[in-house]
Write a protein that binds this ligand. Structure first.
Ligand SMILES: CC(C)(COP(=O)(O)OP(=O)(O)OC[C@H]1O[C@@H](n2cnc3c(N)ncnc32)[C@H](O)[C@@H]1OP(=O)(O)O)[C@@H](O)C(=O)NCCC(=O)NCCS
Length: 170
C-alpha cells in the first residue's frame, strides 16, 4: 500500500487538511443547456461527488447525503470552461459531517478564474447494516479551520430547525 505524495502532502490524520478534495471537470456539450451554460443540476451532481469524497476521507465508511443547503450560482459557467471544485469537512457532529464546497470556473484560454458556486452538504456515516454510526472527531489546526467550524455549528442549528419544521408540516 502506498500513500499519495510526500510527507508535506500527507497532513495529519483526522485534520481538516486530510479531507481536502480538488476535482476538475471540463464543461462538455452534454453538460450544457441551449444557452451554452452548464446545467444547475449537473453542477449540484459534481458538488455532491466532491463533498462525498471529502466526507469519506474523514469517516472512512459509506456515507449518504442527508441534505444540501441552498446552492447559490454566482456566475455562469460556459461550454468549454473548466470547473474546479474544492471541498473539505468543516465540522464533525455525532454521526454526520458538514462539508463545504466551492466551485470555480476557469477560462482555459486566459486562465481567469471566478467563483461560480458555494454550497454546504451534510453526510451521514453508515455502518455495514446501513445505520448511522459515530464519526471520528475533527482536528482543527488553523484559524481558518476554527472559523469554518464555528460557522458550521450555526448552520447546523438552522438546518436541524428547518428539518424539524418540515417534519412537523408533513
Ligand atoms: C440521512 C439519513 C441516514 C438520516 O437517517 P435518520 O434515521 O433520520 O437518522 P437520525 O435522525 O438519527 O439522523 C442521523 C444523522 O443525520 C443528521 N440528519 C438527518 N437529517 C438531516 C438533514 N436533513 N440535514 C442535516 N443533517 C441531517 C442528523 O442530525 C444526525 O446527525 P448527528 O448524529 O451528527 O446529529 C436517512 O434519512 C437517509 O437514509 N436518507 C436518504 C439518504 C440518501 O439516500 N441520500 C442520497 C440522495 S437521495
Amino acid at each position: 500500500m502506498t500513500t499519495i505524495g510526500n510527507d508535506s502532502e500527507n497532513p495529519p490524520k483526522g485534520s481538516v487538511a486530510a479531507t481536502r478534495v480538488e476535482m476538475t471537470q471540463v464543461v462538455l456539450p452534454q453538460f450544457a443547456n441551449s444557452l451554452g451554460n452548464v446545467f444547475g443540476g449537473q453542477m449540484v451532481s459534481w458538488i455532491d461527488i466532491c463533498a462525498a469524497v471529502a466526507a469519506q476521507r474523514h469517516c472512512r465508511a459509506q456515507v449518504v447525503t442527508a441534505s444540501i443547503d441552498a446552492v447559490h450560482f454566482m456566475a455562469p459557467v460556459k461550454l468549454g470552461h473548466v470547473v474546479v471544485l474544492k471541498s473539505q469537512v468543516n465540522a464533525a457532529f455525532s454521526t454526520s459531517v458538514e462539508c463545504g464546497v466551492s466551485a470555480w470556473m476557469e477560462d482555459p484560454l486566459t486562465g481567469e478564474r471566478a467563483r461560480a458556486v458555494k454550497a454546504y452538504s451534510t453526510f451521514v456515516s453508515l455502518d455495514e447494516a446501513g445505520h448511522p454510526q459515530p464519526v471520528p472527531p475533527l482536528t482543527l489546526l488553523t484559524d481558518e479551520d476554527r472559523r469554518r467550524h464555528q460557522a458550521a455549528l450555526a448552520r447546523r442549528q438552522a438546518r436541524l430547525a428547518l428539518r424539524a419544521a418540515q417534519q412537523g408540516a408533513s
